[in-house]
Write a protein that binds this ligand. Structure first.
Ligand SMILES: [Ca+2]
Length: 336
């Protein structure tokens, strides 16, 4: 540029700046997402998969009470982001710190929620109230936002109470929860996330927003075995190392409590629905949550009658390409 005038050089810099901008604008659109989560081993791997997925931008992560009280889940969010060495942190929120059902899932996820690894908490930034944070993002965002709910729906329901459905920028809510034609994992028919706060689940499912449900019927269809864990054998850091650290404990818990020689990565599959939707098929159905039953409180009911008078109110993931999905998940996680 030594032969150019200052004005010509400035013009070239401006053209290059605009060219970069245009390329960015013309590239694949990144989906902006909020993750509400209660880490949790499968939550941790879902977050790892999302930060390794160029299809999405994790704009905010909020902690919900579920597998552990929200304050401990918040600590685990910081542990996960610290372990993954993610410099660009999302906005962080935390919900009410009291499990409504009084039951946690430390027997599946470990006393610390992360396989008793007690990873260091590298950094803590102040958490905002989850419902308020979610509502402010949905209200103020220029582009549509996808909510990925990986925990009991307390925070999401409270956030929906704070927004105007006509103006809020919600692309859809993808929630891991419910069991329609398989046994529950928190009661005979109840799936943990719905069973933990049935009233919140009912409010979300019956909201006018688009809701996609990823039920146990789907997440238990894909089993990851020790042989699959070989994909992480050479990972020394990052997502693959996190998987190596967490999965042996998770496997033992599945052997002990589910009589399964492998693991179900429920929340990872829900994350894949957001990052790689082409791998899944869905069906429209009417669904609601039982909040009264003596034995069935916290269960999801779908009206699958061929001539039901009810209008569908949700989309339920109904099938997926098993081989492609497993390859997608393992390849995204098996990275440093
Ligand atoms: Ca979870």
């Amino acid at each position: 540029m030594c032969c150019l005038t200052a004005r010509e050089a400035a013009l070239i810099v401006e053209i290059r700046r605009q060219t970069r901008y245009i390329r960015t604008r013309e590239g694949p659109v990144k989906r902006k997402i909020i993750v509400d989560t209660d880490p949790g081993i499968d939550d941790a791997l879902a977050l790892a998969l999302l930060v390794k997925s160029p299809e999405v931008t994790v704009h905010a992560v909020t902690a919900a009470s579920g597998n552990l009280p929200a304050e401990e889940c918040l600590k685990n969010i910081h542990r996960i982001y610290g372990f993954l060495r993610i410099e660009e942190k999302p906005l962080i929120g935390m919900g009410p710190d009291w499990p409504r059902s009084g039951e946690d899932a430390r027997h599946i996820h470990g006393k610390d929620g992360l396989a008793n690894t007690y990873l260091p908490v590298f950094l803590r930034n102040a958490a905002q109230p989850a419902a308020k944070l979610i509502a402010s993002i949905l209200t103020g965002s220029a582009e549509p936002v996808t909510i990925l709910a990986l925990a009991p729906l307390t925070n999401i329901a409270d956030a929906l109470d704070r927004i105007d459905f006509h103006t809020a920028k919600v692309e859809r809510i993808v929630l891991m929860g419910g069991a329609f034609h398989v046994p529950g994992n928190a009661s005979p028919l109840g799936e943990f996330n719905i069973h933990h706060d049935p009233e919140a689940a009912r409010r979300v499912i019956n909201s006018p927003l688009p809701v996609t449900i990823v039920p146990l019927d789907i997440t238990t269809r894909l089993v990851f075995t020790v042989r699959d864990f070989d994909a992480f054998a050479k990972c020394r850091r990052g997502a693959g190392r996190l998987a190596r650290n967490l999965l042996p404990f998770y496997l033992q818990a599945h052997r002990r409590y589910h009589r399964l020689d492998g693991v179900h990565l429920h929340d990872v599959i829900a994350a894949a629905v957001v990052a790689a939707g082409d791998l899944f098929k869905t069906r429209r159905v009417w669904c609601d949550v039982e909040t009264e039953g003596e034995i069935t409180r916290g269960t999801t009911v779908a009206d699958d009658r061929p001539f039901t008078p009810r209008e569908p109110n949700v989309e339920v993931v109904s099938s997926f390409d098993e081989k492609a999905l497993k390859n997608f998940i393992l390849s995204r996680l098996a990275t440093d």
